[in-house]
Design a binder for this molecule. Structure first.
Ligand SMILES: *[C@@H]1O[C@H](CO)[C@@H](O)[C@H](O)[C@H]1NC(C)=O
Length: 267
């Protein structure tokens, strides 16, 4: 009886940390509220937000209340990566059917069970290879479903695959765990056709450093979101890794950080 009680206490013990409620359910609810806020054009729908929120858009400090969430957008596709280890999320949002097309990537970091930092990357018509219709088409066809537990990779393996990919831009000797097939959705451009011969070891420039990488990792779906500076350009690379190999890569590259603000003012 006593030992059972002790065992029960021991079993719940490790969850008594600052991240006590940082479960998948908690992160999912918060990330879903981000989607609701974007649909509604109402930043207050994002919950729960810290009083000390740090908000950045396209890697520059910005006003949360008048940021991208203040523009109501139809959301045709959204998908989350939930990182319970770091207590962080990444959400991909595609708005292809509204007056203004947008593809948005958002990393959120939580402290004391509130959103304490948001990094939003907002792409539009003037950004790299932008075509939200095409992004929506391809993203909808890909399988980013939950991976059976026995087949999952560790955080380390998932991040290493992403890092190898990012490193090859400046060092061609890096061995990247390319999957076969592997497809890259770069802005709205797809490097394959959805078939078995798709490759993503194509069209990779050299001599550019991908730096200041911030990772959000979800082992249940084999994903890692990396926010980085592509040389100096705000950029998002998100990877789906299957059995240690790269299966999908999605990129957002903000060529005109100010253009997004300007287009909001044009309305
Ligand atoms: C965007 O992609 C769609 C679907 O692939 C295509 O029909 C359309 O012509 C593209 N638009 C532009 C501006 O390239």
């Amino acid at each position: 009886m006593l030992s059972l009680t002790l065992l029960a206490l021991w079993a719940v013990g490790p969850s008594f940390t600052w991240a006590a409620d940082c479960t998948r359910e908690f992160l999912q609810t918060a990330a879903d509220s981000l989607v609701a806020a974007q649909k509604g054009g109402d930043p207050t729908l994002l919950q729960p937000v810290s009083d000390a929120l740090v908000y950045r858009e396209n890697f520059a400090d910005a006003a949360f209340d008048s940021g991208i969430l203040a523009s109501a957008l139809p959301i045709d596709h959204s998908r989350h990566d939930l990182d319970t280890t770091q207590c962080a999320t990444y959400t991909e949002l595609i708005s292809a059917t509204g007056v203004e097309q947008r593809v948005i990537g958002v990393q959120m970091y939580f402290t004391d069970n509130t959103v304490s930092k948001i990094d939003a990357l907002v792409t539009g018509p003037d950004d790299w290879l932008f075509n939200a219709t095409s992004t929506l088409d391809w993203a909808s066809k890909e399988n980013w479903d939950v991976i059976p537990e026995a087949d999952r990779d560790t955080r380390e393996v998932i991040q290493a695959a992403a890092d190898a990919y990012c490193d090859i831009f400046s060092d061609k000797s890096v061995v990247v765990p390319w999957g076969h097939p592997c497809a890259r959705l770069e802005g709205g451009l797809y490097t394959g056709n959805g078939g078995p011969d798709d490759r993503c070891d194509v069209g990779i420039p050299s001599g550019v450093s991908l730096v200041d990488r911030r990772y959000v990792i979800d082992e249940t779906v084999g994903t890692v979101s990396v926010f980085l500076s592509f040389a100096t350009i705000p950029d998002s690379h998100e990877f789906r890794v299957e059995k240690g190999k790269l299966r999908f890569v999605h990129t957002l590259t903000v060529m005109t950080a100010k253009g997004n603000g300007a287009s909001k003012e044009r309305r």
